[in-house]
Design a protein around this ligand. Structure first.
Ligand code: SF4
Length: 263
């Protein structure tokens, strides 16, 4: 009898390879609301201009999928409390989507909910996130505003562009399955600042200043664009998809989706 192969087995390798083969280049056709809270505008500019293809390991891609699969369960959990949860716009059958800056900026909501026990008459934007135990512990200790400003920025944009005034942040600890839930109030001034930031990134013809000139700075060490930024120089990168300077942010006002009936 043939000897059993040592780990990683051919089956495991094939499973991860399947994820890797299906991942594409990771480029989006817009600047995503989910990342507008990043602290480095230059990193956003690189994201928007498709400077660094995002390639992830099969294991990591499967982990991302775990986050997506969790969403169905969280919707079931919320409905079990008596809430009405819409994952898609009933009129289109598609996710609720918001856009601004002529479609160059936007994002898709995890859902909207009415009938939450805390505020039954108020529609809430839903944002679901999975966390490692370390991240989850920081979240429960500090609250989402301090622990996850990028997630707060995302929710502020969604509230602002839908006209919904509250968001429900539902976090899951991947290690223990514990849940953390917080309600967030709309802050129109913050949302406007974020929209302005998006416009500056989208319509800039040259990369914004670095958050640090030190390649060893902690945010740079974990940045996907480290090589392009610190080793490739700061020249503008030609990009056919970049919006022309004439399409100034001020001319591209947000397009608001219709909020759910009864809001
Ligand atoms: S390497 Fe640092 S300065 Fe450059 S884009 Fe990334 S975070 Fe910003």
């Amino acid at each position: 009898m043939a000897e059993l192969p040592e780990a990683p087995t051919p089956t495991l390798t094939a499973i991860y390879a399947d994820y890797e083969a299906r991942q594409g280049d990771g480029f989006r056709d817009h600047l995503g609301a989910s990342i507008i809270g990043k602290s480095c505008a230059r990193a956003l500019w690189y994201d928007f201009r498709w400077i660094t293809p995002a390639r992830h390991s099969g294991r990591l891609l499967r982990l991302f999928e775990t986050g997506q699969l969790e969403e169905d369960r969280l919707v079931r959990n919320l409905r079990a409390t008596g809430a009405t949860v819409l994952e898609v716009d009933p009129e289109t059958g598609l996710q609720f989507r918001v856009e601004a800056h002529c479609g160059h900026f936007g994002g898709s909501l995890d859902g909207v909910a009415l009938g939450l026990l805390e505020a039954p008459k108020t529609w809430h934007v839903l944002e679901f996130k999975t966390h490692s135990v370390k991240s989850y512990n920081e979240l429960t200790a500090k609250g989402v505003v301090l622990a996850k400003p990028q997630h707060v920025a995302q929710m502020q944009i969604y509230m602002h562009l839908t006209g919904i005034t509250r968001a429900l942040y539902v976090a899951v600890c991947k290690d223990t399955d514990a849940l953390h839930i917080e309600r967030i109030e709309a802050d129109p001034a913050m949302a406007e600042r974020l929209l302005d930031k998006a416009g500056r990134v989208i319509f800039a013809q040259h990369p914004p200043a670095r958050i640090s000139e030190d390649p060893a700075w902690f945010e740079c060490r974990f940045c996907d664009h480290h090589a392009a930024c610190h080793e490739g120089g700061g020249a503008a990168v030609p990009c056919a998809r970049a919006p022309a300077r004439s399409g100034r942010a001020s001319r591209c006002r947000p397009s608001r989706p219709r909020p759910p009936a009864g809001r």
